[in-house]
Ligand binder design. Structure first.
Ligand SMILES: [Fe+2]
Ligand SMILES: [Fe+2]
Length: 372
């Protein structure tokens, strides 16, 4: 038997972690899962690349105090060794799991693993290309965490006989170029919404443990604290240049908020069996997550979306319906039905983004602690 002496949970170097994960893939069939992870649609996690030189030029001295505190917390590495199976890991009965739930849950794990890995790839690339000590140190720490998260999800997937081939993805998945400022908005939001998503599920399952159909949810609290710190880092990076959150850029912020929230809504509604098993109404869940994320993003963004506006829920539902129709039309090869559904999705997005945003003053002190 192949005895693993090291586990991704204990590794601090992202490269080393990925090598280990690749060697583990020999034992399982990773083709199907990797194909899913390779998909590039509006709803699937993407890989990003950017202008690394511009990012390397960031000067953190105006925010030095807040920066050093955050880095010290991350260097202390409170979650080292946490992301691996222990006695709390209950046996999972994959054989007898409801087939619809199994399909949606595996899809959820693959999509989460790809998203974690997407962060890892971007962060380790910044670390590799940069010369700025502050920036490379931060990105090395974040790549460390994301490699552990991806490794842990791959552990869970392997029990079901699947794995995502991370080495293959790194080389073959399409990379989307984003200017650094778009990386900040998109990544900051994905870290903070990731925190809000994981903590909402964690607290719900604390109150209703009978719905915890898989042990991985027990790890969500420490997990989301990592994402929280990553979000803090991006908030501070944006704070170094006040122009990023002023003027025309406020429209970009609104665009990213609307895109990230509506994508999450549509994607979650594609997994009804998964949410039913968790005992979570996806509409309630979306509203909870948007409320928490909006509260958190007030730390740096001068606007939040008005998710209580009467148009908000109605248009999200329209977008979701258009997307479901689009999937059917695409499958059946009906060209005009496809165009019609796309047009309805775009019109719902326009209706969402034109809801007036709520403005507020941004606090002088940015740093927050995870409190949900
Ligand atoms: Fe992560
Ligand atoms: Fe993260």
């Amino acid at each position: 038997m192949n005895v693993q002496t090291k586990h991704t949970a204990d590794i601090t170097d992202a490269e080393e972690s990925l090598k280990l994960q690749e060697s583990q893939q020999m034992v399982v069939d990773s083709t199907a899962a990797t194909e899913v992870a390779m998909q590039n649609t509006l709803l699937t996690p993407r890989f990003y690349t950017t202008d690394f030189d511009e990012m390397d030029a960031i000067d953190v001295s105006p925010i030095r105090e807040e920066w050093d505190q955050l880095i010290a917390q991350m260097v202390a590495d409170p979650n080292k060794g946490h992301f691996k199976k222990n006695d709390d890991w209950d046996t999972v009965d994959w054989e007898n799991m409801d087939p619809e739930l199994k399909k949606e849950f595996i899809d959820f794990l693959i999509s989460s693993c790809t998203a974690e890995f997407s962060g890892c790839v971007l962060y380790k690339e910044m670390k590799r290309r940069g010369n700025n000590k502050d920036i490379t140190q931060l990105f090395q720490l974040m790549a460390r965490d994301e490699a552990r998260h991806a490794g842990f999800i791959n552990d869970a997937l392997r029990e079901a006989g699947v794995a995502v081939n991370l080495g293959f993805l790194t080389q073959k998945k399409k990379y989307t170029y984003f200017r650094p400022k778009f990386i900040y908005y998109a990544t900051y939001l994905s870290e903070k919404i990731g925190y809000a998503r994981y903590i909402t599920i964690f607290r719900h399952l604390e109150a209703h443990p009978e719905h915890r159909f898989h042990p991985i949810f027990k790890w969500f609290e420490e997990w989301c604290n990592d994402e929280f710190s990553h979000g803090e880092a991006f908030a501070l990076l944006m704070k170094t240049d006040p122009k990023l959150t002023r003027g025309i850029n406020v429209y970009w912020i609104k665009f990213f908020l609307t895109a990230v929230y509506s994508t999450m809504y549509v994607r979650d509604h594609q997994r009804p069996a998964f949410h039913k098993a968790l005992g979570v109404d996806p509409d309630w869940y979306a509203h909870e997550v948007f409320t928490k994320t909006s509260k958190l993003t007030e730390q740096i963004f001068p606007i939040t979306l008005d998710i209580e506006h009467p148009r908000w829920q109605r248009q999200l539902e329209k977008m979701q319906k258009a997307n479901a129709d689009l999937a059917v039309a695409t499958k059946e090869g009906r060209f005009f039905a496809k165009i019609g559904a796309q047009a309805r999705a775009v019109s719902a997005f326009v209706a969402l983004i034109t809801i007036p945003a709520k403005k507020h003053a941004v606090p002088a002190v940015t740093r927050l602690e995870p409190a949900y």
